[in-house]
Design a binder for this molecule. Structure first.
Ligand code: AHR
Length: 312
């Protein structure tokens, strides 16, 4: 009997027996909605019991949700952190409760031993890819850029700005004339772009619009059209995410480039957790997803159809 109890106690946890709490940021963008549905799908396929909490863009709600998961005694926690700072206490509480945490798609300014792993893109590289596309496209032409930043204090906003600036550095003909947050939403992207257009001679002085995500770009495209401008030709449109709507804009000739961010961060996260909970296998700390550039030359209609078919 003692032997069988010992065996039962040491039997590794299979993915199907895992209960995982997921603190999601909210539903600010098409990409975010896709990440949520892919995460639920990945959990279902693996028989994982996923406890989902939508924080409605508020860090305090995320902290509350994580504390709730700890109190429930979940086996692991996924968190997409809305901003970079302010996580030390709650991550320490999870660590003390022996609950591994995996970060999804955004980073934190906290000690690396407070989380098991991070599954995210190289966000500086995303900005660099977008910036390099612009450098290659405009050549020597003078180009005033307006930039729509993501959520203030979030790692994609910080890093995508940095990467873009790195790419255009040394190209004095390309300058960022205006830069403001659009909070990763379509409506804010539109509103801020309207202001940029007014401030820049009805948009005539703007050569390119760089948005930290596609949703803000789609909002900005609308603002350009409302002002009688032709997005994609009067003003270059470059952004990040590769969601279906930006491919629809490319098909219409209204967007020029996007950098892909996969919404499947949960698949690798669940793999890492299953291995860790089974026998303590330590994963790589940073699992980096691809950052592929798409332009109208890359079959935008096909990319639209594929993503729609995947349930984006
Ligand atoms: O953290 C990833 C970013 O968050 C996506 O690029 C954006 O669409 C989302 O809101």
């Amino acid at each position: 009997l003692a032997a069988s109890i010992a065996t039962a106690l040491s039997t590794p946890l299979l993915a199907a027996e895992m209960t995982v709490g997921f603190s999601q940021i909210g539903s600010e963008s098409g990409w975010r909605a896709a990440e949520t549905s892919v995460t639920k799908q990945q959990a279902e396929e693996r028989g994982i019991d996923l406890k989902f909490a939508d924080a409605q863009q508020k860090q305090e709600n995320q902290i509350k949700a994580i504390r709730g998961f700890i109190a429930q005694g979940v086996d692991a926690i996924l968190v997409a952190p809305v901003v970079a700072t302010g996580w030390d206490d709650v991550l320490t509480e999870a660590k003390e409760a022996d609950i591994p945490v995996v970060l999804l798609d955004r980073g934190v300014d906290a000690s690396e031993d407070l989380y098991l792993a991070s599954v995210a893109s190289d966000q500086v590289k995303e900005g660099r890819v977008a910036g390099q596309w612009l450098v290659d496209t405009v050549g020597d032409k003078e180009c005033k850029v307006v930039e729509l930043q993501g959520t203030v204090g979030s790692t994609p906003a910080i890093n995508r700005k940095k990467g873009f600036e790195e790419a255009i550095a040394g190209h004095a003909n390309i300058t960022i004339a205006r830069s403001q947050t659009g909070d990763f939403t379509r409506s804010k992207g539109k509103e801020v772009m309207e202001g940029f257009i007014k401030a820049e001679n009805g948009g005539k002085d703007i050569c390119a619009m760089y948005a930290h995500n596609d949703d803000m770009a789609v909002g900005a495209i609308q603002a350009m059209k409302d002002a009688g401008l032709k997005p994609g030709s009067d003003i270059y449109v470059v952004s990040i995410d590769a969601v279906p709507d930006i491919f629809a804009a490319m098909v219409a000739g209204e967007a020029n480039a996007t950098v892909e961010l996969t919404p499947n961060m949960a698949g690798p996260a669940f793999d890492v957790l299953a291995a860790y909970l089974k026998d303590g296998t330590k994963p790589e700390k940073f699992i980096i997803t691809e950052s592929k550039l798409y332009t109208p030359a890359d079959n935008p209609q096909g990319e639209y159809d594929t993503r729609k078919g995947l349930g984006y």
